[in-house]
Design a protein around this ligand. Sequence first.
Ligand code: NDP
Length: 449
Amino acid sequence: MPELDPNLLAAFDEVVRRNPGEREFHQAVREVLESLGPVVAKHSEYTDAEVIRRLCEPERQIIFRVPWTDDTGRVQLNRGFRVEFNSALGPYKGGLRFHPSVYLGIVKFLGFEQIFKNSLTGLPIGGGKGGSDFDPKGRSDAEVMRFCQSFMTELYRHIGENTDVPAGDIGVGGREIGYLFGQYKRITNRYESGTLTGKGLTWGGSQVRTEATGYGAVFFVDEMLKTSGDSFEGKRVVVSGSGNVAIYAIEKVHQLGGRVVACSDSDGYIVDEAGIDLDLLKEIKNGHRGRVSEYADRRGASAHHVAGGSVWDVPCDIALPCATQNELDAAAATALIGNGCRIVAEGANMPTTPDAIRLLRDASVAFAPGKAANAGGVATSALEMQQNASRDSWSFEHTEQRLSEIMSSIHDRCLSTADEYGAPGNYVVGANIAGFTQVADAMLSLGLI
Ligand code: NDP
């Protein structure tokens, strides 16, 4: 592990001591602090005012009981979380994740990342994240609805369009946002559209929000390619996952002339040398929440399914991890490098382990961290809030154009900041420093908060 400046090391040690066992949170903090050495060397005001230590401590952490009944009438119990991490730039903003692996350490890592990501968008949004250890897999619509209603029965008192604005994440899509918004509206008797984003298009949602994270990640890679006069034309691409981010990343790669030859779910991966047939994949995933193995069964000779294994063994020019944290480890990075991969860009949050990032860097593989590359989702959520506040609704073309401009500006800001701090071409350093300085300056201006 790279050494940390003594002030940063003290801040990191404090995080580990205060948050025992929360290893994903430790990892996310460490990754940011490793970039901040040149910043604290140049700006003693950040350490004098303990901005870094304050940034690592959430403003508020809410944990609550979520009781609900399943279809057989049995009482079920889950735990709900909302970590309101930092509101220096605007209301807390970040998704809700429903997955059995969710615990406080995951929510804090995601909330911490969200602070810098939201800052990078240049839009007025703070950072937060939430979720539950509820597993929607195999649950009926009625069970998911009862769970969402119970979850919101507690959460509603903590959120609002000027306070905290949740959205989706793993396991939370349009269906769940609908049930959550319906319960919020019922309890508060207010049609406060700006309290949740990712809403349906007929009731306050924004065009392009569903596509935004995947599209945005691909726009970001397109900018990376342009820096060396290149494009997606003819590139082989591998995407992990087959959920919201993965599906729309695949769609945009195909629109820009690349070919996605593999994608995955938690049971295995599919390879389709003819290029993933997105209509079929969407029908399976969005239509009846099926598995990717079904794709291989239905597609015919060009495709096959590999149970288990690593999707990163499939040779590609560009790899887009779009599933979950720490899914691309050192072995996967070694396989990608060996197969000639030139770019890795994170559609998911922290999918690449620190060891893997070092290997990619040493092999001169261009690497885009999630807080920059997947910021298109939250940026479009902020555009949804903007439309809700003005009771307006923009066209698909206009919204996609705004998304593309935001991704291009994040890309350029990462590169120019990396240059300024002596790390040319290093998107990790650029994203961490650019995201940090804006929030830190706001915190200094707002007094001791
Ligand atoms: P979805 O629930 O729509 O899809 C998640 C996908 O990842 C599924 O294919 C799922 O497979 C797979 N997956 C989940 N856990 C694992 C695991 N342990 N091993 C292998 N595969 C796994 O979620 P999203 O697409 O919304 O989110 C994906 C990532 O993108 C997350 O890291 C999220 O935080 C990040 N992100 C999402 C944003 C959004 O707007 N939705 C915004 C920014 C980041 P299976 O069905 O088998 O579980």
